[in-house]
Design a protein around this ligand. Structure first.
Ligand SMILES: NC(=O)c1ccc[n+]([C@@H]2O[C@H](COP(=O)([O-])OP(=O)(O)OC[C@H]3O[C@@H](n4cnc5c(N)ncnc54)[C@H](OP(=O)(O)O)[C@@H]3O)[C@@H](O)[C@H]2O)c1
Length: 220
């Protein structure tokens, strides 16, 4: 719940996926923001300590769900995600990109959260045969049904940022995309993780009622 010190209000924000490229940028931005009093970031790997950070750690994030009701956050940022290849199966992918975001968001909403920002993907759609895009479409649809007063869905294109893991396609395409940056249409330019983080954090700190969509062209 929102804390007050004097006349100022400080928000409590839940960040899912805080060890990832976008999540890390959102965490950094949130921790540095005067309007944020506390960040709760459940992860599989420990984060660097910070006075404003609570970092519950578990190999299986489901194990942390029973604790979620005591966090009482004002807002949720979800930057969690994987790929079918990395997760090992369609079911395991769906668990990370659909089941966990929905489960944590529901807990947060039931305890009073009113704003949510979700990182989705271009091509997210309910009517597409591609499992990845359909799952993203389903998480977008069902997260809107939870009841949050303010929902922001961000569909970045190619994400720019420091990545520990080696992704061949990204290593080949990113430098070319950066070189051609001024010539490319906005929709095809690289979206720096810091820009995505700004949209995520701004949208929950100053929530506007309703649902908004930010696409690659808004994140250049
Ligand atoms: N990469 C792109 O170019 C791109 C483009 C469009 C949309 N997106 C979407 O944008 C979002 C963020 O992308 P990103 O590039 O920042 O992702 P990322 O760097 O791969 O980070 C993904 C985050 O999800 C967490 N995660 C993955 N599997 C998990 C599991 N089984 N249990 C708990 N946590 C798990 C990771 O935790 P660990 O560190 O523990 O693995 C990490 O914190 C994703 O939803 C992705 O689908 C990405």
């Amino acid at each position: 719940m929102q804390e007050t010190r004097g006349d100022e209000r400080f928000m409590k924000v839940l960040i899912l996926g805080a060890t990832g490229v976008v999540g890390k940028a959102a965490l950094e931005r949130a921790l540095g923001d005067r309007g944020v009093g506390q960040v709760i970031a459940p992860t599989r790997r420990s984060l660097a300590p910070h006075p404003k950070l609570i970092n519950p750690v578990a190999q299986e994030l489901d194990l942390l769900l029973p604790d979620a009701h005591v966090w009482e956050v004002d807002a949720v940022i979800c930057a969690m995600g994987t790929t079918i290849r990395k997760a090992g199966s369609k079911a395991a992918f769906r668990h990370v990109d659909y089941a966990l975001p929905i489960a944590f968001s529901k807990e947060a909403y039931q305890k009073g959260a009113q704003a949510l920002a979700l990182v989705s993907s271009p091509g997210a759609s309910l009517s597409i045969p591609l499992f990845y895009c359909r799952t993203k479409g389903e998480v977008e649809r069902d997260i809107q049904k939870i009841g949050f007063e303010s929902v922001t869905i961000v569909r970045p294109g190619m994400i720019g940022g420091e990545r520990n893991e080696f992704r061949l396609a990204e290593r080949m395409v990113l430098p070319v995309a950066k070189l051609l940056h001024p010539l490319l249409p906005r929709a095809l330019r690289v979206n720096p993780a810091a820009n995505i983080a700004d949209v995520l954090v701004d949208s929950v700190l100053a929530p506007k009622p309703g649902v908004r969509l930010a696409t690659s062209r808004d994140l250049v």
